[in-house]
Design a protein around this ligand. Structure first.
Ligand code: G3I
Length: 346
């Protein structure tokens, strides 16, 4: 039986994000899925600043080293995620010993050190890096993060310059979510185009694929894919399809989960209904059909996890949610549509 990675061998890489569980706990069934179906891996959490660089003079390498070793052993294309992100970044980066914001120069120096130290450790082992993650808001403007506040609007290009200096041979990507929103598409396009016009190397754009059953539309997603392909390679990153209703709060807001809430916002804790299953099936097949149609423009399609059991979607934006966003189920079995995704390439 053909695997996913073999089916798409002439199209694009098929990747999976690995988290703590899969990096540390060797479960032979899950390992089998990872090594037989995927030819690329990305670090779900272990390379984020908070994890890998918790204090100024303290890098925590153990988990990232294990992640890299696993990828090398299995001859996979290894992707680093992520060097500069407003979230999951430790506070020490932005403040001095009095708790005041550091100057632009100090933050730039700290980020250069952060980026250089990490990239050089894994030089020759990592194919490419999500250098900057999520710097643009849905309306296309720049996110007013700490990086933006302290460094200014040129903060993104500085990160790419540092990354290029640290490892001229690694691919460098800009990665963001909701990239099918027209305003965001144009904001991200302008950001990357602006850097490239100045001679700053950005090799590709990662379109995160945290989608739901109905949105974004295929047309909007396709339009962004084609637009970004004008600038370099496109990666479909962080693909997963939530089947759950959105609680209607602001993204990232704390939501407490009362019993009522559980009923309303965790409707499939005992399994999917056939109708939802069919919808998920259709959604995955139409997405992969779109990717395959544009295989000449796509370098990699990466799922944000391996099985439903380990997906971040289960507990977000509130604990206790049961989601079914990935290609493999909680019993480590491929979902029925995996076979159909494979046959798209015939
Ligand atoms: O590992 C600790 C554990 O020791 C501790 O007991 C537990 C208690 O909170 O936390 C665990 O860490 C959590 C980690 O996931 C591992 O499960 C963090 O709190 C939690 O914040 C972290 O969430 C990750 C999130 O990014 C924030 O970094 C998700 O797993 C990860 O899937 C998600 O990924 C992001 C991408 O990087 C960027 N794009 C959006 C995407 C989804 O939010």
């Amino acid at each position: 039986q053909t695997s996913l990675k073999d089916a798409y061998i002439d199209a694009f890489l098929i990747g999976a994000a690995l988290n703590e569980d899969q990096i540390y706990e060797r479960d032979s069934e899950v390992d089998d899925i990872i090594t037989s179906q995927f030819n690329s891996i990305v670090a779900e959490n272990c390379m984020k600043a908070e994890n890998i660089h918790p204090e100024e003079d303290d890098f925590f390498w153990e988990e990232a080293d294990a992640f890299i070793a696993f990828g090398l052993k299995n001859e996979m294309s290894i992707i680093g995620h992520t060097l500069a992100w407003h979230s999951q970044t430790p506070d020490w980066l932005f403040v001095d010993e009095n708790g005041e914001d550091v100057s632009r120069d100090v933050l730039l120096e700290r980020m250069q050190n952060h980026i250089t130290t990490i990239m050089q450790r894994y030089k020759g082992k990592v194919k490419g890096w999500d250098v900057v993650n999520e710097a643009i808001l849905d309306d296309g403007s720049m996110r007013e993060s700490k990086f933006y506040e302290i460094i200014g609007p040129d903060w993104v290009e500085k990160m790419f310059i540092f990354a290029n200096q640290a490892d001229p041979d690694a691919e460098l990507y800009y990665n963001d979510y909701s990239m099918a929103i027209p305003e965001k598409r144009e904001g991200a396009y302008a950001l990357v185009k602006g850097m490239q016009d100045k001679g700053i190397r950005v090799d590709g754009i990662g379109m995160q694929g945290h989608i739901n059953l109905d949105g974004p539309t295929l047309e909007a997603f396709e339009e962004s894919l084609l637009r970004f392909a004008e600038l370099g390679q496109v990666m479909i990153t962080e693909l997963d399809v939530t089947v759950l209703p959105w609680p209607g709060t602001e993204v990232g807001a704390e939501v407490s989960m009362s019993v009522e809430f559980q009923d309303e916002f965790n409707p499939y804790r005992n399994g999917l209904t056939p109708a939802v299953e069919a919808h998920l099936h259709k959604r995955y097949v139409e997405m992969f059909s779109l990717f395959h149609k544009h295989a000449d423009k796509i370098d990699r399609v990466t799922l944000w996890g391996v099985t439903d059991a380990n997906s971040w979607r289960n507990d977000w934006p509130m604990d206790g949610r049961t989601d079914y966003p990935l290609l493999f189920d909680r019993a480590n079995k491929p979902k029925p549509f995996v076979q159909e995704i494979i046959t798209i390439t015939n």
